[in-house]
Design a protein around this ligand. Structure first.
Ligand SMILES: Cc1cc2nc3c(=O)[nH]c(=O)nc-3n(C[C@H](O)[C@H](O)[C@H](O)COP(=O)(O)O)c2cc1C
Length: 238
């Protein structure tokens, strides 16, 4: 009899324990969902559609392209910034292929924009998302001065209306191509940067390719993830 009472009471304890465990799990789940809803999402903006009609001919742009390191103080238009980013890594195909070629279509490049003086775009650091032609806001501090400092104090980085930063995640390409993938990533960065250069010239804007900088200082200034390696800076202005 005692044994039966003990079994019944142990069974009830077990049952009560299970109910408490379920209730606790539910409470934690509800809390997590509420916290998730309250978490501030990064500001993200849809960029104006790129213009793909007639512009300056490639031949003409190639003939007049020059590195320019002085900029007027007039701001850039958001449509111009959108066009520049699209020219570097925009999606031009249903399968997700882009304006610049990529070994194995693995797309190791990630592009950031440091906006200083762009109409209709809050200043600070932005990340370009080619998939839906958007910019995601990562920070609102004007980091052009520390960026220039990280690039051996090249003044044109501080004075540009915006700076485009090309970074690469090598692993996306070396995973498939091994050590040779490093070479492919550099070739791709060159393609994307030249696209942007020619697009800038076609829009009547000025730019220069900057390769002299301290990687870690650029990474810290922009708050880049560990595996995003900065490869090229392109200050852009009028
Ligand atoms: C890989 C690479 C790195 C460069 N780094 C810098 C740089 O750090 N600072 C700069 O002012 N120009 C830099 N330049 C621009 C060159 O100085 C410039 O392209 C060269 O003088 C030829 O002039 P052009 O571009 O007008 O034809 C770089 C160019 C390349 C291709």
């Amino acid at each position: 009899m005692m044994y039966r009472t003990q079994v019944i009471s142990t069974g009830m304890q077990c049952y009560a324990g299970m109910v408490i465990a379920i209730l606790l799990t539910l409470a934690v789940t509800v809390q997590t969902v509420i916290a998730g809803q309250n978490m501030e999402k990064p500001l993200s903006i849809k960029l104006p559609k790129p213009h793909t009609g007639d512009g300056t001919s490639v031949e003409q742009v190639l003939r007049i392209r020059r590195s320019v390191r002085t900029f007027a103080t007039e701001p850039l238009k958001l449509s111009e910034v959108a066009q520049l980013l699209w020219s570097a890594q925009g999606i031009t195909d249903r399968d997700g292929l882009r304006t610049a070629p990529s070994a194995g279509a693995l797309y190791p490049l990630e592009i950031y924009l440091v906006a200083g003086s762009v109409n209709d775009l809050p200043g600070g650091v932005w990340h370009y998302l080619p998939d839906n032609h958007r910019l995601e806001h990562l920070g609102n501090i004007d980091v052009r001065p520390p960026l220039a400092h990280a690039a051996l104090d090249q003044a044109w980085i501080r004075e540009a209306a915006a700076v485009v930063v090309f970074t690469a995640v090598y692993e996306r390409t070396t995973r498939k191509y091994g050590k040779r993938g490093m070479r492919y990533v550099h070739i791709e960065a060159g393609h994307a940067a030249e696209n942007l250069f020619l697009q800038a010239v076609s829009l009547g804007l000025n730019t220069v390719v900057v390769g002299a900088f301290q990687d870690d200082a650029i990474r810290n200034t922009l708050g880049l993830p560990e595996d995003h390696v900065p490869l090229i800076l392109m200050p852009v202005g009028r």
